[in-house]
Design a protein around this ligand. Sequence first.
Ligand code: FMN
Length: 355
Amino acid sequence: MSYRAVRRVMFLVPAEQIHMWVFAALRLLTKVAPLRAAMHRRLAPHDPVLASTVFGVRFPGPLGLAAGFDKDGTGLHVWDALGFGYMEVGTVTAHPQSGNPVPRLFRLPADRALLNRMGFNNRGAGELATRLTRHVYDVPIGVNIGKSRFVEIEAAADDYRASARVVGPLADFLVVNVSSPNTPGLRDLHAAEALRPVLTAVQSVTSTPLLVKIAPDLSDAEIDEIADLAVELGLAGIVATNTTVSREGLETPGADMLGEGGVSGPPLAERSLDVLRRLYARVGDKLVLISVGGIETTDDAWQRITAGASLLQGYTGFIYGGGLWAKRIQDGIANRLHDGGFRSLAEAVGSAARR
Ligand SMILES: Cc1cc2nc3c(=O)[nH]c(=O)nc-3n(C[C@H](O)[C@H](O)[C@H](O)COP(=O)(O)O)c2cc1C
């Protein structure tokens, strides 16, 4: 049976419900060691041309699982078996919280997109830390941290610091998320005067490479300001972008009636690429840029790499693309590298932007 047929059946079940079932099934399957090993052999990136070392961490392949799918790190053994080159778990917050009322995740099938207002449902940074301590892993793990909902924006720095203190030393990289549209006031932390204390608070408790994840709905001036701040503070990089609050161009009937939330997938792609280009023009090789938002095909992935992204991530493309999606994209990237005469992924990063 094709994934398209499987997807048609899965899409009959409410989105969050099927997410939980499929995730549980994946965890179960990959607990069987020989099966996990077989999946890894078949799906993981093995071509050395795909490997790279950025901010001191070696990535076997450039495509990672984006934050939000495995918020609590309950599937740490799943993602490399499915061929991802790394994973970003979280968002976790210092305090466990249940998130927004259900329903809070919707499919926009005509757009191959999703709309979510999950609101950082998670079991807290402490529980993730316990899980990371026990896990022996093959691919890099980034941890994405956010602000606990009940904490006032003025006290955000302390809240981020509390999470960073427990998960920072256990992660290969840490991402400060100020860009979810589903925690009231969170996006106000993009302003440099608000972001600076948050980032320095995190830096004061961990030396793990630090990145900031930004929204696609920023002005050019705001993007430049964050890029400059990231360079000034010696951050490792920027993750661009989170979901968009824009509803422009959506084709799914009734999309306007679903209420608040962030849209992911192809409707976000153009804006996410624009933000990447702006960042690369501003900071060049001074920061590592991780591009996420609407990556669905090898063409999308290659465009992001040559526009300046050292690493990529996807969430919605995986939902619509299925279990072979990560392999398909990374095989495609390897072919482009060989065809273009590039000796390594790093050589291709930003090559279109520099022309
Ligand atoms: C259901 C859902 C939950 C998400 N949760 C988080 C989250 O907790 N933290 C975060 O930084 N991004 C979160 N994201 C955003 C993704 O990490 C990613 O930035 C966004 O979906 C764009 O990528 P995509 O088009 O490949 O999905 C979430 C996305 C979705 C669809």
